[in-house]
Design a protein around this ligand. Structure first.
Ligand code: ZN
Length: 433
């Protein structure tokens, strides 16, 4: 495959094409010229004198887009760097990611935005879009200079990891963000109710002796933010929804015409709170893993349009960070390298979700939420594509991890369906070698 790296003009042919906008997977061929998709033919083989990359048995889709990645740089380069995080993204089939603002320094100043964009360009692994902090220092008190951040290149605002407790600050933020056309991504957990919690509040938390956070902590936060989105008319995007009650609120808001969108993470869709019986610190996340009723509600919400997209919340931590008592371990798990395989194995192979719907949730879905380019199979667009072998069985081993961090509860797990690599503007990057 390596020889394809330098071909400037070639057909990708012989396999299936996933067209998420049309909702179809069918035989087809794509012509790539100078980094762009210049022709799509809906037939398996093409008559051509140009070089042909034969992808028999495999699936070509628009490159995945993750709108919730923590790259940790600047500030926490021991956990992840822009280079290692984007390498992990590429290995997971992502050609675009949106990085979060809770770095050190926080992305509340144009110089930090420029720094991230420059470093991402130097790494050259995938496109990196930047989120600006809603409040200065992510302290929740005073809003950042949205206009200057937007001029520097941010495409969304978020204090992710922290809920903005002060309703007046959130209202002001939504008013200004709305004027600038920037979505506000909210981490919805009422901090007074989640204080010192380690997992979901339930029978399991009582049995394990861990302090729990009730789903009400999320639902209350979602309800307030939806009300403020209605009041201001701004676009509110709710990150990593985990509770069935939140889904009801989001669904009702959408029916009312309020500008609210929502994402679900691969871990909230597939991992159960009972897994915490092992006290695996890599299962500690915010919001916490929930019980089976919430998980099945979340899965239904993928299908009825309440959830708009899948986002990883890739949150790298070092082994040392996590090798402490459960109560002191920082929340978060990595996700970029396993998202597709995990959801394909747990939801598509089992017949619960159509493959094209999973792909849509990882391409056009996230692109539409933030208003990013890409996510579509279209002539004239950059050739940002992912090549998948849907039948390949593989094990997610520590040795193959491209992220600097290994804090995933999925290490050692066997998956069906593997990302083989991506084309970024037509340049091939293998994910498996
Ligand atoms: Zn969050």
């Amino acid at each position: 495959m390596v020889k394809w790296k330098d071909k400037k003009e070639f057909w990708i042919s012989g396999g299936k094409l996933a067209d998420p906008a049309a909702g179809k997977i069918r035989s087809g061929s794509v012509l790539v010229q100078k980094g762009l998709i210049t022709e799509i033919q809906w037939q398996k083989k093409v008559e051509t004198d140009l070089p042909v990359l034969d992808v028999e048995g495999r699936l070509l889709a628009p490159g995945f887009i993750d709108i919730h990645t923590h790259l940790r740089e600047p500030g926490d380069e021991d956990k992840e760097t822009i280079a290692s995080g984007t390498a992990a993204a590429m290995a997971g089939g992502y050609t675009s990611i949106l990085c979060m603002a809770n770095t050190d320094p926080v992305v509340d100043d144009p110089s930090v935005v420029e720094y991230i964009i420059r470093r991402a360009e130097a790494a050259g692994n995938c496109r990196v879009y930047v989120t600006g902090a809603v409040t200065k220092g992510i302290k929740g008190d005073h809003i950042s200079e949205f206009f200057h951040l937007k001029k520097a290149g941010i495409v969304a605002l978020s204090d992710d990891g922290k809920y903005i407790d002060n309703s007046r600050v959130m209202r002001t933020a939504l008013e200004y963000a709305g004027m600038l056309g920037l979505p506000v991504i909210a981490h919805c957990e009422d901090t007074y109710l989640t204080d010192e919690s380690q997992m979901n509040e339930s029978y399991v938390s009582t049995r394990l002796g861990l302090k729990g956070a009730h789903t009400a902590s999320e639902e209350i936060a979602v309800a307030r933010d939806i009300r403020l989105a209605e009041l201001t008319g701004a676009h509110l995007h709710i990150a990593h929804v985990s509770a069935a009650g939140s889904l009801g609120l989001i669904k009702a808001a959408k029916e009312k015409g309020i500008r609210v969108t929502a994402e679900a993470s691969p871990h909230h869709l597939t991992l159960d709170e009972s897994m915490l019986e092992t006290y695996d610190r890599n299962l500690k996340v915010n919001p916490p893993l929930r019980g089976s009723a919430d998980i099945s509600a979340l899965r239904s919400a993928l299908k009825d349009g309440t959830i708009d997209c899948i986002a990883t919340d890739h949150a790298p931590h070092t082994d040392i960070d996590k090798q402490v008592e459960f109560d002191f371990a920082p929340p978060g798990m990595t996700g970029l390298e396993t998202a597709f395989a995990q959801l394909h194995t747990e939801l598509v192979i089992t017949g619960e979700l159509e493959l094209i719907d999973l792909i849509r949730m990882m391409t056009t879905g996230p692109a539409d939420v933030i208003g990013l380019p890409g996510g579509r199979l279209q002539e004239g667009e950059p050739a940002d594509l992912v090549l998948i072998d849907p039948g390949e069985e593989w094990v997610y081993k520590k040795e193959i991890i491209r992220s600097k961090a290994c804090n995933s509860p999925l290490v050692g797990k066997k998956f069906t369906g593997r990302v083989q690599g991506v084309f970024l503007e037509g340049r091939w990057r293998s994910a498996v070698s």
